[in-house]
Design a protein around this ligand. Structure first.
Ligand SMILES: [Mg+2]
Length: 300
């Protein structure tokens, strides 16, 4: 677990590796998303910190989605959660009370799988995954094996696919850095987040580990998910016909949700009460980073 200041400082240190964007000079403020409704026809919603915190729905979020839908707004969930298959992730939202359809959910896992490079000689992908991940949604010709269960893959895999830090240890970071230095192979990161808000604090996510590995090895990685355009273009393709200025990205982080939304040319709304900035005054962070959302609202 790490704290918000440490996470923010690490994001700032990585600005060179993140998209660039232009921002509004000033944010409007509101109580919740209903205050922004006259300005937008569609919302792209982050999950952690906007819809849920871990396995709990954020209070009022289910009702807000129903109200927005009833007033004709289009909704898309855009999440960097890569530990779940499309079927599992939809089941999770339904369990929490949301009524999203499969067409309304885009995960960074889907984006990574859709863009996964083909390995030579039918080599195996070493997947860094949560316990029980079955990879049933992996693309046709890709063979996935669990790196934690089979450490021989550090040497023998054709590539590494980072989905989850649930079972990852510092010693694994050292081992993967050494393996990539000895024999450079593709590293695909399907969750670029550095941290994620859970019920009891911030957990370290694949983006954080991957950037540590890149710093140690001087090699490269392919990142799929927010704030990169591969994720936003996939989500925006589902909202064909709605002009970008009438679409807003709603999220709890400056460096993934707001930065990525602004880089994609859509509106941006920062939620402050539930995720990364819960309990913090967000203004100094906005000033320091220059990542100014169009709207700042307390809750979903
Ligand atoms: Mg979030």
């Amino acid at each position: 677990m790490i704290d918000t200041q440490t996470a923010f400082d690490r994001y700032e240190s990585l600005r060179h590796a993140l998209p660039s964007a232009t921002f509004s000079p000033k944010s409007q403020t509101g109580r919740d998303l209903s205050d922004t409704a006259p300005h937008y026809d569609a919302y792209i919603l982050d999950a952690f910190g906007v819809l849920n915190r871990g396995e709990t729905a954020i209070e009022g979020a289910v009702e807000r989605m129903e109200d927005l839908r009833a007033s004709g707004k289009r909704l898309i969930v855009l999440t960097n959660a890569a530990s779940y298959t499309r079927v599992d992730i939809l089941a999770k939202y339904h369990r929490l009370g949301f009524d999203f359809t499969a067409d309304e959910v885009v995960s960074s896992r889907d984006v990574a799988f859709a863009n996964l490079p083909k390995l030579t000689d039918d080599d195996v992908w070493a997947a860094i995954s949560a316990e029980g991940d079955d990879f049933s949604d992996a693309p046709n010709q890709a063979t996935m094996e669990d790196l934690i269960a089979n450490p021989d893959l550090f040497d023998t895999a054709g590539g590494f696919l980072f989905l989850s830090t649930a079972r990852w240890k510092d010693t694994n970071t050292t081992a993967l850095s050494q393996a990539l230095k000895a024999n450079p192979r593709p590293l695909v990161v399907a969750n670029p987040d550095l941290v994620a808000p859970r019920e009891d604090g911030l957990t370290i996510e694949p983006g954080m580990i991957a950037h540590d590995i890149l710093a140690q090895t001087g090699t490269d990685a392919a990142f799929y998910g927010k704030p990169y355009d591969n994720a936003f273009e996939t989500a925006l393709a589902r909202l064909d016909g709605i002009p970008r200025h009438r679409i807003a990205m709603v999220g709890d982080t400056l460096h993934t949700d707001v930065l990525g939304g602004a880089a994609a040319g859509i509106g941006t709304i920062l939620i402050t009460d539930h995720g990364l900035f819960k309990g913090f005054d967000v203004v100094p962070y906005i000033q320091k980073s220059g990542i100014q959302p169009d709207w700042i609202v307390a809750t979903t």
